[in-house]
Ligand binder design. Structure first.
Ligand SMILES: [Mg+2]
Length: 126
């Protein structure tokens, strides 16, 4: 498995399912990234506001309080440069349109494997 170096890069993981969140943290922490976590859509917006240096957001779609589409749309209103990657359980084209309209840059279909996650993130980094 290829280990990328994301040292100093701030990544926000938005995931309400605790075991999924721990799994994503485990994969990404090996890369040296600075990880922030949010468990719902409103928290994701709040953390994004407080951390203008977040480079990548991994956004779950089904979230409590506010779903991933709405949350991404709102974050996009004040962060035009951040990379927002959806984690979705669906792989449907209609869903993809909805995602692009909400400001997502790309998506990953669950279950997410470590190799594809790291590759996807690095494809957006310089
Ligand atoms: Mg969820």
């Amino acid at each position: 498995m290829n280990v990328k170096n994301f040292a100093g890069i701030k990544i926000l993981i938005v995931e309400d399912d605790l075991s999924s969140r721990l799994y994503l943290n485990k994969i990404i922490e090996k890369s040296g990234a600075i990880i922030l976590n949010a468990g719902d859509g409103l928290e994701a917006i709040e953390i994004s506001r407080q951390n203008p240096d977040i480079a990548v957001i991994l956004m779950d779609i089904q979230l409590p309080l506010m779903d991933g589409y709405t949350s991404a749309k709102k974050i996009r209103e004040f962060r035009d440069k951040v990379v927002i990657i959806a984690q979705t359980a669906y792989g449907l084209s209609g869903d993809m349109e909805n995602m692009l309209a909400s400001g997502f840059d790309d998506y990953l279909i669950k279950p997410i494997y470590s190799g594809q996650l790291i590759e996807k993130i690095s494809s957006f980094l310089p």
